[in-house]
Design a protein around this ligand. Structure first.
Ligand code: GTP
Ligand code: MG
Length: 316
């Protein structure tokens, strides 16, 4: 490993550890209560452990899978000590996630198609625009030419906010005035991207609820209009979920993926929440990969999701 790579990965690890601090401390406080005064893993410990996982927002389905696995180990080794529980939990969670073929990512993907069109969707306030800014920064750092499209025309502030990110990262932005047709902005952004020979075009969209039919139809229209410029666009539809909403994020993922096509997920705001366990449940239960996680408001605070690193830092 090169010197720079080493520095980068240790820094990355540190941000991840810091970002997950609240989740970890809450998880371990609960876990140590569950095993207090016990020397071996018995039914009572397993019951308590189940509660710890559910209350850490891992989700019921994934929790049951994890408990089943630990039960199997207890059945094999009757005197499984509580001091080993940490290690075993970590192994079983990592094992479970390794069965889903997602989240192996070690670096920001360099898109194979050019221009690569990424459309970002999700409910209000989950962190779409911020994630776009952070992504633009990462792509640019890799030497890629990025163009942003301000297709959230709902509020003037939304366009301004994307402009602030465009200035900060120093990438071009395509925008129109507030209230204009989002599909028309997306069309312009793609045309401009093609003309400028861009590598990546990222389209921001207004926050919407899955059950607001008009707004969901608007997404289909944006897609259709983009395809007039680039036949197979968008190449990725990234659904952003706010991790601090815990089970609500699960619900959003379920509803949104049922209502429109989503090809990848980003879970944000994992810093400052004890609900980080939600990422474990989401990456276990959805066939759609969690590609990125947000661990702060800063430009560097977006990481490629790696399930092994994630589980590892959960337990450190
Ligand atoms: N702590 C923390 N805050 C974040 C993160 N990602 C986004 N935010 C904050 O969340 C708030 C909302 O972010 P936006 O990017 O505006 O969210 P949005 O989805 O574009 O919102 P709308 O356009 O209104 O639907 C902002 O204050 C961001 O700074 C994160 O990973 N951690
Ligand atoms: Mg926004």
């Amino acid at each position: 490993m090169s010197f720079f790579k080493k520095i980068f990965s240790s820094e990355k690890k540190e941000t991840l550890n810091k970002g997950l601090e609240k989740t970890k401390s809450s998880f371990f406080t609960k876990l140590s209560k569950a095993v207090a005064g016990k020397s071996k893993v018995d039914d009572e410990v397993l019951d308590d452990l189940e509660e710890v996982l559910v209350s850490s927002d891992v989700g019921v389905k994934t929790t049951i899978k994890i408990i089943d696995r630990i039960e199997d180990r207890v059945a094999k080794d009757k005197y499984l000590g509580t001091d080993e529980l940490n290690k075993i939990l970590r192994e079983e969670i990592a094992g479970l996630l390794s069965e889903t073929n997602v989240g192996e990512g070690v670096d920001y993907e360099i898109p194979k198609t050019k221009p690569y069109v990424l459309m970002v969707v999700g409910v209000n306030g989950v962190g779409k625009t911020t994630t776009i800014g952070k992504l633009a920064y990462q792509f640019k750092k890799k030497g890629l030419k990025v163009v942003l499209g301000a297709a959230d025309t709902f509020r003037a502030a939304a366009i301004d906010q994307l402009q602030v990110w465009a200035d900060r990262v120093d990438v071009p932005i395509v925008k129109q005035s507030m209230g204009s047709d989002p599909a028309s902005v997306a069309f312009d952004a793609l045309q401009s991207g093609v003309t400028q020979d861009a590598d990546v075009i990222i389209i921001d969209t207004a926050g919407r609820l899955h059950n607001k039919v008009n707004l969901m139809n608007e997404l289909s229209k944006v897609k259709r209009v983009m395809q007039k410029v680039i036949g197979d666009a968008p190449h990725d539809v990234l659904l952003v979920l706010d991790g601090s909403t815990g089970q609500n994020a699960f619900e959003q993922a379920k509803q949104f993926t049922a209502a429109t096509e989503v090809t990848s997920l980003a879970v944000t705001k994992l810093d400052g929440t004890a609900k980080g366990g939600v990422v474990i449940g989401i990456s276990d239960q959805f066939q759609i990969p969690v590609k990125y996680i947000g661990v702060g408001e800063g430009i560097e605070d977006l990481q490629v999701f790696n399930k092994y690193e994630f589980v590892d830092s959960f337990f450190k």
